[in-house]
Design a protein around this ligand. Structure first.
Ligand code: URA
Length: 205
């Protein structure tokens, strides 16, 4: 697993808006979208382009196009990143992975999974909070069962425990995050973190 933590002023600015407990859902959603643009730029950096000739008003030259891409949003919080991904990669196909954690065992429980065939696609998994790594590992396993080879996870905040879990279980997966935070509390929330991303996006606090 290789981890890239983005070092960019816009990423830091929007992450701070997300962390602030005073930020209300409307501003939270727009900050999540804007921060995601910076994640997508980094996450797609290593995607191999397909060459195609392009004719300018002056002559024909070498051009490029993006390969097939599939984004899988881990519900609910991954929905907060999806608009920006679709904005930047309009041909992206979108899958959904429904998982909730058992609050006692902290284990992921699947309730929904639907995606296109992933065989030749570059897959982006949208899992904003990499806490224990349980949900992301599960989503990666499901993506691999559906044929995925090249997988990059987009995270807003990662915790060392989640990074370690990904390193142990999926060393082939690239993780791009806006921050690597300190640790987890007893309820497996990331510290300093930003709280429950789904609740903050959708106002269900
Ligand atoms: N999920 C969240 O939404 N926040 C955390 O801190 C951990 C998991």
């Amino acid at each position: 697993m290789n981890l890239t933590v983005i070092d960019h002023p816009l990423t830091s600015h929007y992450l701070t808006v997300l962390r602030d407990e005073a930020t209300q859902p409307e501003e939270f959603r727009s900050a999540a979208r804007r921060l995601t643009y910076t994640l997508v730029m980094e996450a797609t950096k290593q995607v191999p382009l397909l060459e195609r000739p392009v004719t300018t008003p002056l002559e024909t030259t070498t051009g490029y196009r993006m390969p097939d891409m599939v984004a899988i949003a881990v519900l609910r919080a991954g929905l907060g990143l999806l608009d920006a991904v679709i904005d930047m990669i309009p041909h992206v196909k979108v899958g959904f992975a429904g998982v909730q954690r058992d609050e006692e065992t902290i284990q992921p429980i699947e309730y929904y999974f639907k995606t296109a065939d992933l065989s030749d696609a570059h897959v982006l998994i949208l899992e904003p909070m990499l806490a224990t790594g349980g949900s992301l590992s599960w989503a990666v396993e499901k993506a691999k069962e559906n044929g995925a080879g090249s997988i990059t996870a987009l995270c807003v905040v990662a915790a060392p425990a989640g990074v370690q879990a990904m390193y142990d279980r999926h060393p082939d997966v690239r993780v791009v995050a806006a921050s690597l935070d300190r640790d987890l509390n007893d309820a497996s929330y990331i510290r300093p973190g930003l709280g429950d991303m789904g609740d903050r996006l959708f106002g269900t606090l």
